[in-house]
Design a protein around this ligand. Structure first.
Ligand SMILES: [Zn+2]
Length: 116
């Protein structure tokens, strides 16, 4: 009997929006690095560790105004993104949640994907 259970980690592909978000995210990171250099967008002075600009392993694209998910009009809205280090991103995400923003409780994980 064949078991075809695939590992359930990080397979956001099935959600259908990842390709768009990945491309978008890449563009945001490239633009940020071109304009500001590989530094964290929150002003902490921390550096993004970039292997390749479009694959910055310590860079997260943050939604300045918290969004509830990819269906949120603000998810891709102009000017609603900043590039943060992972640690700063998770700190901000926690803060956003503690503020109790209205809307569904969606946690954005450290990798920038909603965790449910
Ligand atoms: Zn920072």
């Amino acid at each position: 009997m064949k078991s075809c259970m695939s590992a359930r980690r990080g397979s956001s592909t099935s959600r259908g929006y990842d390709a768009r978000w990945q491309a978008f995210r890449r563009g945001v990171i490239i633009k940020h690095i071109q304009e500001n250099g590989p530094v964290c967008g929150c002003g902490c002075g921390g550096r993004l560790t970039t292997g390749k600009p479009w694959h910055a392993d310590n860079a997260e694209v943050d939604h300045i105004k918290a969004v509830s998910g990819p269906d949120d009009p603000l998810f891709y809205a102009d000017g609603n993104h900043q590039v943060l280090r992972k640690s700063c991103h998770s700190t901000k995400t926690r803060r956003d949640q503690q503020k109790g923003d209205s809307g569904p409780q969606v946690t954005i994980g450290a990798d920038g994907w909603p965790v449910s």
